[in-house]
Design a protein around this ligand. Structure first.
Ligand code: AP5
Ligand code: MG
Length: 215
């Protein structure tokens, strides 16, 4: 099964993905994580990518689709459970993935994390992440056991450049303008599942599990 996660920045897509990967053996493909890794290289391409990521702007559709296709290369969709987190983010990207799903007869569900802007801003302002394993934490809740260090690999935690207020606002605007129309388009389809994402993490996780293994 392929689970495709939709939702505003900070709605908890990465946090739920990490839990499903650890506990239910899902393979987690995150376009944001792939781009952040690519942006570490010392090339002009990587530098340009880093500037766009830091300011909260999207990467172009062609580059993004090539990266998604590349990450699908090693996957056997008949036997593996996969999470696609961060794609699609606009109608062009939705058309790319829809055609691919039909052409390759892949079973899939879209999981939409619904959340308020106020909750997003508070969460992202307080987010920490592990640059080694990409696990996310929060200074207010979901704290690491040892302050500023990852529970899984003891790496020092960082804050994302795009978690500053101006970038958060830009990402929210882009989400509303470009990504939300996908939700409008598919909200009545059988493969669409809505999750209330402004609850306690454990409640959200059990809700997600119930919905994905049950429907
Ligand atoms: P990406 O990395 O996908 O960022 P995003 O969509 O902005 O989402 P986030 O990772 O910020 O939020 P999340 O939903 O994963 O929340 P999280 O679990 O971390 O993309 C980054 C950039 O890459 C884009 O801006 C763009 O430039 C580029 N990009 C990526 N995909 C692209 C595409 N398809 N096309 C073009 N460009 C693309 O949680 C957030 C915080 O909340 C954490 O602190 C967490 O601990 C906390 N939290 C989580 N759940 C709860 C809870 N239930 N209660 C309280 N706190 C919680
Ligand atoms: Mg994320």
């Amino acid at each position: 099964m392929l689970l495709i996660l939709l939702g505003a920045p900070g709605s908890g897509k990465g946090t739920i993905s990490k839990e499903l990967a650890t506990k239910e053996c899902f393979e987690h493909i995150s376009t944001g994580n792939i781009f952040r890794n690519l942006a570490k290289q010392q090339t002009e391409f990587a530098n340009n990518m880093k500037k766009r990521l830091d300011s909260g702007l999207l990467i172009d559709n062609q580059t993004t689709w090539e990266i998604v296709l590349d990450s699908f290369k090693w996957i056997n969709f008949e036997i593996e459970d996969i999470i696609l987190d961060g794609f699609p983010r606009n109608i062009v990207q939705y058309k790319h993935i829809s055609k691919y799903l039909i052409d390759n007869q892949i079973a899939y569900k879209f999981l939409y994390f619904k959340i308020s802007d106020e909750e997003v801003i508070e969460r992202l302002n307080n987010r920490l992440y592990c640059p080694l394993c990409n696990r996310t934490y929060n200074k207010l809740n979901l704290k690491p056991n040892r302050e500023w260090y990852c529970d899984d690999d003891n790496t020092e935690l960082l804050q994302r450049k795009d978690d500053q207020l101006d970038s958060i606002q830009r990402r929210l605007d882009i989400y509303k303008k470009d990504t939300y129309p996908i939700i409008e388009l598919i909200k009545d389809k059988k493969f669409f599942i809505e999750i209330s994402a402004d609850k306690d993490f454990q409640k959200i996780y059990s809700n997600v599990k119930e919905k994905i293994f049950d429907v």
